[in-house]
Design a protein around this ligand. Structure first.
Ligand code: PRP
Ligand code: URA
Length: 209
C-alpha cells in the first residue's frame, strides 16, 4: 500500500511474536518493547538527509558524514507511546520530545485529549510520532492534527501493530504522513481491538487493567 512501510526485519518479527503471547509477563513485555523500538527507530530513520563535516582523525583530516538539519522530534502518544520512546532515545539521545496525552473512550472509541506539550519550531524538524498500536487510528489522527496545528509539516508515524481499517483511515486523513509498522493484522473486533493483536498495549506495559 502506498505510504505504508512494513518493517519485516527478522528480529522485529521474532520479538513481536513473543509480545503477542498472552503468557508474556509485564516485565518481559516492557523489555521487548524497548528492544524492538531501537530496531524500529533504525528503520524509520534509514533515509535521513546527510551532510558532511570536516573532522580530524588521529591520522588526518576528512569530510565525514553527519545528520543534516535540526534535531529530530519524537512525539509520544501517552501512555503506551512511551514504551517506544525510551528505546528510540537510546539511539538518538539528542532528539527533542513532544508528549500528546490521549486516551480512547472505551464506548465511542474517540480520543480524549488531556495533555499536549511540544518543542518550539516544529516546522523545521522531522517529527516522528510513536504509538505501539494503530487500531481505529482516531488517536493517531488527532495527535498528528495537533502537531500540524503547532507547525509540524514533515511527519512520520511509527507503530508496532496496525489494523487495516486504521491504516486506511489514517492515510485518508493524513496522506502526507507515511506509516511505518512491523505488521498489519487481520481486523478490528467489535470493541475496537486489533485481532489477533497483542491486547491492550498500555495495560500490558504497566500491569494495569
Ligand atoms: C491505545 C494505544 C493507542 C490507541 C489506539 O491507547 O496506545 O493510543 O489505544 O487506538 P485507536 O487507533 O483506536 O485510537 P489507550 O487509549 O488505550 O491509552 P493508553 O496508552 O493510556 O493505554
Ligand atoms: N489499543 C490497544 O492497546 N490495543 C488494541 O488492540 C487497540 C487499541
Amino acid at each position: 500500500m502506498d505510504g505504508v512501510i512494513i518493517i519485516d526485519h527478522p528480529l522485529v518479527q521474532h520479538k513481536l511474536t513473543i509480545m503477542r503471547k498472552k503468557e508474556t509477563s509485564t516485565a518481559g513485555f516492557r523489555r521487548l518493547l524497548r528492544e524492538i523500538s531501537t530496531l524500529l527507530c533504525y528503520e524509520v530513520t534509514r533515509n535521513l538527509e546527510m551532510t558532511s563535516e570536516r573532522i580530524e582523525t588521529p591520522l588526518t583530516t576528512m569530510d565525514a558524514p553527519v545528520l543534516e538539519g535540526k534535531k529530530l522530534v519524537f512525539a509520544s502518544i501517552l501512555r503506551a507511546g512511551n514504551g517506544l520512546l525510551e528505546g528510540m532515545l537510546d539511539l538518538v539521545p539528542a532528539a527533542r520530545v513532544a508528549h500528546v496525552g490521549l486516551y480512547r473512550d472505551e464506548t465511542t472509541l474517540e480520543p480524549v485529549e488531556y495533555y499536549f506539550k511540544a518543542p518550539e519550531q516544529l516546522g523545521n524538524r522531522l517529527v516522528i510520532v510513536v504509538d505501539p498500536m494503530l487500531a481505529t487510528a482516531n488517536s493517531a489522527i488527532l495527535a498528528v492534527e495537533r502537531l500540524k496545528q503547532q507547525g509540524a509539516s514533515n511527519i512520520r508515524f511509527l507503530c508496532l501493530l496496525a489494523a487495516p481499517e486504521g491504516v486506511q483511515n489514517f492515510r485518508s486523513a493524513h496522506p502526507d504522513v507515511p506509516v511505518y509498522t512491523a505488521a498489519i493484522d487481520s481486523h478490528l473486533n467489535d470493541l475496537g481491538y486489533i485481532v489477533p493483536g497483542l491486547g491492550d498495549a498500555g495495560d500490558r506495559m504497566y500491569g494495569t487493567k
